[in-house]
Design a protein around this ligand. Structure first.
Ligand code: GLA
Ligand code: ZN
Length: 647
């Protein structure tokens, strides 16, 4: 377990570097990430390289035995490059080439950009080949997959389609292009989604392919850099830092060839007034990407702000608590963004550990406290999370759901999160994994909204249930085939045999709430109502209102040696908890019934025993009975119970 910081020597007077490095050392910093935006400082003019500043910074850290993470600076191509080759810039959906400003905006498919990427990466490779204190490399920064509509992307998309479908006839068939006279009679008629129409008006089959192509283009670009870096650094782990954005790259593809997964973690500083809140959903999802430990490359350190209004400050306990929460959920390193708050540039109000005042204050003291605590937690490195509950995730469904919003207020990731919250409320570890991962070892698999078909996922879920597993499926499953088209069979189609019921009719109710009666109690659902027709399933709950009052809303079915639950609405927290508890009881898995709201339990196991991390994800104190004792937690405090801890 290591604590680090993100540092930008190029932003500060050299006189400050040494003081900063000393302070980091005294505080217990072990890792420093640098250079992800510094291309124009490394290569001020084409072919004129200057690494002297970075060499000095590296030497300062090396002298203090602080390891560094070096980044390729490709997020920000220098202006001389764009001036000479405007074609390296993305083209938006309005057909206009972007203007160089801000950062990003480069087309991953642009041959010029690739060529210059290769040059700068090779230069860094040659220069730092023998550096001894590089812990890891980060490729670029927060790559995502916005729609680039340039001619190069258009051409590559056509090639991608040729490769996938073989012929225009096959593309026309896959897209049902007979609708609205959309049939292609020549490849040159295929374009990115230009024209400025709302995305929801384009053909969803075509749009999903374009989105997949964009995601693959990003992955290919990252792999291009990966291959280059590996030539120079065959033994140094290489990653890229991801985040949750509106234009996400498929994480499972993105990290497949990278050595480890890393993620930028900015939990909110404003907790919702009521109800469950946990950022652990994101952490569990990131751990599940490669099913191993991950790094946090950027961690919340102060108030956010810059392209939005400033948010409230990081409350006492939060800075330390959220870092420890990340470790409990599988982080191997947490780097705080950023050591110093910038005094210039667009992000001057995105606060780091040290404020503009240059006086290390309350947050810095808490950071130092975190460093000390982490040193005493090294035994965690030898433990792992052993989850018996898995939640399935698939990016095709995320994309397709965005392309055709099903009803007001419904989001794919939020449905996963609802069940993650429900199981977390009972102190149960959850793995969030790709829907195509092996399911061996799990007892319960929650598969929310299996919207776009993955044949592999369909087969694995069937096998898992047949062999005795418990599956929980939800509304909007089995809706689309692989091409994002509907299928002429009753929903939930591929899963009908498992669920033992089918959908007679559905009602998209938006943000309205609907009553569901279950076990003599009233619960609530929202957004969606599948009106279910039972075959072999039994009704667990029925709608309590509307014209389908009394009709099944939730069902259970015996399938092979296993059991399959289906819920036809989007459960509000109490309903999700009810279902989570039922499945836990059926699986005979241990869970905590009475932990206070917003207290999170993570159990980690190792040879030294079993450690229970109890985290208060709330701004109020908690005082409760736990594992035969009484436990008191300050706001955002974490305590470890059990195990044979380091003395
Ligand atoms: C992202 C980026 C950083 C910085 C932070 C805060 O995570 O990677 O460079 O912009 O957001 O704004
Ligand atoms: Zn492009």
């Amino acid at each position: 377990m290591k604590i680090g910081v993100d540092y930008y020597p190029e932003h500060w007077d050299e006189a400050l570097w040494e003081q900063d490095a000393d302070l980091m050392k005294r505080s217990g910093v072990e890792l420093v990430r640098m250079a992800e935006f510094a291309w124009s400082v490394m290569e001020p003019q084409e072919g004129e390289y200057d690494f002297s500043w970075l060499d000095k910074a590296l030497a300062l850290f090396q002298e203090r035995e602080i390891q560094v993470i070096l980044c390729t600076p490709t997020n920000c191509p220098p202006l001389w490059l764009y001036e000479k080759y405007p074609e390296a810039l993305q083209v938006g959906r309005d057909g206009k080439r972007m203007k160089p400003a801000v950062r990003g905006h480069r087309c991953y498919n642009s041959p010029v950009y690739r060529r210059y990427t290769e040059k700068i990466v090779r230069k860094m490779g040659e220069h730092y080949r023998n550096a001894t204190n590089v812990a890891a490399w980060q490729i670029d920064n927060e790559v995502d997959s916005p729609y680039c509509c340039c001619e190069v992307c258009a051409g590559k998309f056509r090639e991608w389609l040729k490769e996938k479908y073989g012929s225009l006839e096959a593309v026309n068939k896959a897209y049902h292009n007979e609708v609205w006279s959309g049939s292609y009679s020549g490849w040159q008629q295929i374009y990115p989604p230009l024209g400025g129409w709302p995305i929801t008006q384009y053909n969803p089959a075509y749009m999903l392919d374009y989105q997949r192509f964009m995601s693959e283009s990003t992955v290919e670009y990252v792999q291009f850099q990966l291959r280059l870096l590996r030539e120079y650094f065959p033994r140094i782990p290489i990653t890229t830092n991801t985040y949750f954005s509106g234009s996400m790259t498929d994480f499972y593809d993105l990290f497949e060839e990278l050595d480890f997964c890393s993620y930028d973690n900015y939990p909110t500083t404003v907790l919702p007034e009521e109800g469950y809140y946990s950022h652990a959903f994101h952490l569990d999802l990131i751990r599940g990407v490669k099913r191993k430990k991950f790094w946090i490359m950027e961690q919340l350190s102060g108030a956010t702000g810059c392209w939005m209004k400033m948010g409230p400050t990081v409350r006492p306990g939060m800075l330390k608590g959220y870092a420890l929460q990340a470790f409990a959920h599988g982080a191997e390193a947490v780097l705080h963004f950023r050591f110093r708050t910038a005094v210039g540039g667009a992000e001057m109000f995105w606060h780091g550990l040290i404020d503009h005042s240059n006086v290390p204050g309350r947050r810095y003291a808490e950071f130092e406290d975190l460093c000390r605590t982490v040193q005493g937690l090294s035994y965690i490195d030898k433990t792992r999370i052993n989850a018996k509950v898995a939640l399935l995730c698939g990016f095709d469904s995320e994309y397709a759901f965005k392309l055709q919003l099903q009803t007001e207020g419904i989001y794919y990731f939020e449905q996963m999160q609802a069940f993650h919250n429900a199981f977390s409320h009972y102190g149960v570890n959850v793995d969030i994994i790709s829907q195509e991962e092996e399911l061996e070892g799990y007892r319960i698999v929650v598969a929310p909204t299996m919207y776009v078909r993955s044949q592999k996922a369909v087969e694995q879920l069937h096998r898992f249930a047949r062999e005795g597993g418990i599956v929980l499926l939800t509304a909007r499953s089995g809706v689309k085939d692989e091409n994002n088209n509907c299928i002429m069979q009753p929903l939930p189609r591929d899963y009908r045999d498992m669920t033992g019921c089918w959908v007679e009719e559905y009602d998209a109710i938006g943000n309205r709430k609907i009553m569901v009666e279950m076990d003599g109690e009233n619960y609530q659902g929202t957004h969606w109502c599948d009106i279910l027709h039972l075959e072999s399933a039994e009704a667990l709950g029925v709608y309590g209102e509307d014209f389908y009052a009394g009709k099944p809303a939730a069902t259970r079915n015996a399938y092979g040696k296993g059991t399959v639950y289906y819920i036809g609405t989007v459960g509000l927290p109490a309903l999700c908890r009810k279902l989570a508890e039922q499945t836990l009881q059926l699986a005979e898995l241990p869970y905590y019934k009475d932990i206070p709201e917003r207290v999170e339990i993570t159990v980690r196991e190792g040879e030294e025993g079993c450690f229970i991390f109890v985290f208060n994800n709330d701004d109020a104190e908690k005082d409760f009975l736990f594992e035969g004792g009484r436990i008191k937690l300050k706001p955002f405090e974490m305590k470890v119970v059990g195990g044979k801890q380091n003395e």
